[in-house]
Design a protein around this ligand. Structure first.
Ligand code: M6R
Length: 611
């Protein structure tokens, strides 16, 4: 979850590192640090500060205080040891000659620390990362690469590492296992980073390190070796993301920018896949034979991606008549899942790096499942380990709260459901045509919803002071409520729960009292009357109701609810893609009015690469 950046070249390193870190702050932001070679003194200069990157940047006058052309930087999401100057990275060895930045968790750090303490090695921090720096020094006999290799063989867990050794001022060492790390190839310079956005201004030529890889970065280029220290060649790929795609572009927050980008992101995601009335998935590896024998579908994901799966279950079961299970990545591997060679496992992840999802993918694969992933980040670990990838092409998403990744994942999964139904012969020609037409209307209808954002801002101004908000709905609306509730709580810190509205009477209704706010979702026409009954139930117990429905039902809903948000009519396959937008905007405006740090909510990070 932490962010790593490294640079070796001709220019001053510290400003480049700080600028790169500013693009990685979404990965963690409780402290930051840099280490550079102090060429004149022949030592490492390490500077760290608790708090946002800005604190460090101010201390270093934007990097001008550090004179060096090579170094590494880090922005932290604390796991071992509270956020503090001393626990920030880089962590250094006892002599101060080896500095390490790390993303991941060293699982056997306690045993290694005991071993090193017994050897008389003193520790200054509570981090697992300091163990790495000390262990490398313990093995160091003049060959830093060999010392790193020996240390890594004793380390269990996940890591992306950037390592400096004062005795080797012309190189940076990088290593990865189960945590993302990329290498950037520039003219007379080399980079390493957790994510391409950190180095996109400098180079588009990147290499995705493989698990177990070690790399040596110099000004002349990069060499890689595998875990057995054998030289290996890794592919250099060209990244085609726009540089300014990862900038705020005049918006106050990335989240708002990304909400507004959704129509465009959906066009990018859908247009190339629909042509002449047919769905086209290039290089689709699901053979007719596999589909004929396919006995079940598993969807595995975390957080909002899991909510996409919840919607997907309704669509897939209705359209394909195959049983669909949705599992949280963090639960999947502990639940003895029933997966075999006739199971399609759909893995959903924006980042493509979520550790729990990745672990589930690996287990599903071991059990023989066919892995199809829906991923945003090209070349990410999940993408690389899948049998088949469908990219969402949403562009970089920076805000911790996902928006455009969610809608594109959802649209793509819905398109996949329709395609599967067509292949399996379980959808009528009429429905196929009608649904396909709806996909083409989706971006335009989403623009209509965004154009009415002032209404949502007004509702947010009415309700932002509530301490607890319930979301209720049935079927697709229930799945939508899960996402609406998560959006709200993660950025506004308001306690919120989503319930299938039929469940209220089985317990939760006891929490409804005078003034409780209930967001009632009634966009799914088939179940509109049922949701109306639930709205009456909560109203008669004193709740205030903010409803969401389609234009068709607006009047009827307005007779009972206190306020109504509306979306245009659309085929039910795409209802949640439209319906989520007012909920995203509601969460955004509520958080804005409460003065929250919208793009970097407390305790969270964008890419969750720890278990
Ligand atoms: O990158 P992924 O889609 O695998 O991430 C999964 C979750 O961590 C993510 O969706 C998280 O719940 C978001 N912060 C929600 O806005």
């Amino acid at each position: 979850m932490c962010g790593i950046v490294g640079y070796i070249g001709q220019e001053q390193a510290a400003p480049i590192l700080l600028e790169g870190l500013s693009r990685l702050e979404y990965r963690g932001y409780d402290s930051a640090g840099v280490a550079v070679f102090d060429q004149a003194a022949g030592t490492l200069a390490v500077r760290k500060a608790k708090g946002r990157l800005q604190v460090l940047s101010d201390q270093l006058h934007g990097g001008a205080d550090l004179n060096s052309t090579a170094g590494v930087g880090h922005t932290r999401w604390a796991t071992h040891g509270a956020p503090s100057d001393v626990n920030s990275h880089p962590q250094v060895s006892r002599s101060g000659r080896i500095a390490v930045v790390h993303n991941g968790i060293i699982e056997n750090y306690a045993a290694l620390k005991t071993f090193l303490l017994d050897q008389g090695v003193p520790f200054t921090s509570e981090t697992d990362t300091e163990v790495v720096a000390q262990l490398i020094e313990y093995f160091y006999e003049g060959d830093i690469l060999s010392a790193v290799g020996r240390a890594l063989r004793r380390i269990q867990g996940a890591y992306a590492l950037g390592i400096l050794c004062a005795d080797f001022p012309d190189q940076i060492i990088a290593a990865r296992k189960d945590s993302p790390l990329i290498l950037g190839h520039g003219e007379g310079c080399s980079f390493l980073a957790s994510d391409v956005t950190a180095i996109l201004r400098h180079t588009r030529r990147v290499t995705y390190m493989e698990d177990g890889d070690l790399a040596v970065l110099t000004r002349e280029g990069i060499t890689c070796c595998n875990s057995l220290m054998q030289p290996v060649r890794r592919k250099v790929v060209q990244v085609d993301w726009e540089v300014d795609a990862a900038e705020k572009g005049g918006y106050e927050h990335f989240m708002f920018k990304e909400i507004m980008e959704q129509p465009e992101a959906l066009r990018r995601c859908l247009s190339p896949r629909i042509s002449k009335g047919e769905i086209i998935f290039e290089d689709m590896a699901l053979s007719k034979d596999f589909l004929r024998r396919m006995s079940r579908i598993y969807i595995v994901a975390c957080g909002s991606s899991y909510h996409v799966g919840m919607v997907g279950k309704y669509h897939l079961e209705r359209l394909t008549r195959r049983p669909v299970e949705v599992a949280l990545g963090s639960e999947f591997r502990y639940m003895d899942p029933i997966v075999d060679q006739h199971t399609l496992v759909i893995v959903i992840s924006q980042s493509g790096e979520t550790l729990d999802t990745m672990a589930a993918l690996r287990q599903a694969r071991q059990l023989g499942g066919h892995i199809l992933s829906i991923v945003n980040v090209v070349g990410s670990s999940i993408a690389r380990e899948s049998d088949q990838v469908l990219y969402t092409w949403a562009g970089p998403e920076i805000a911790v709260a996902t928006t455009k990744a969610y809608t594109t994942q959802l649209a793509l999964l819905s398109l996949l459901a329709l395609w599967l139904a067509r292949e399996l012969g379980t959808v009528s020609q009429e429905e196929y045509r009608a649904a396909l037409a709806a996909f083409q209307e989706l971006p335009g209808k989403l623009e209509q919803v965004l154009a009415r954002r002032d209404d949502i801002q007004y509702f947010a101004s009415k309700y932002f002071n509530h301490n607890s908000i319930f979301f209720i709905g049935r079927n697709l609306d229930y799945a939508l409520g899960l996402e609406g509730s998560l959006k709200l709580k993660e950025i506004s810190y308001i306690h919120s729960e989503a319930y299938a509205s039929g469940e209220l009477k089985h317990g939760t209704i006891s929490l409804i009292e005078e003034g409780t706010l209930v967001v009632a979702l009634g966009a799914y026409s088939r179940l509109f009357p049922k949701v109306m009954s639930n709205v009456l139930e909560v109203k008669s117990r004193g709740a205030g109701v903010l409803a969401l429905t389609t234009q068709t039902h607006q009047e009827e809903m307005a007779r009972i609810a206190d306020a109504v948000m509306t979306i245009p009519e659309i085929h039910e396959l795409l209802l949640p893609c439209l319906g989520v937008v007012p909920l995203q905007l509601f969460a955004y405006y509520v958080a804005l009015m409460r003065g929250c740090d919208i793009d970097k909510p407390r305790n969270l990070a964008k890419s969750v690469t720890v278990e």
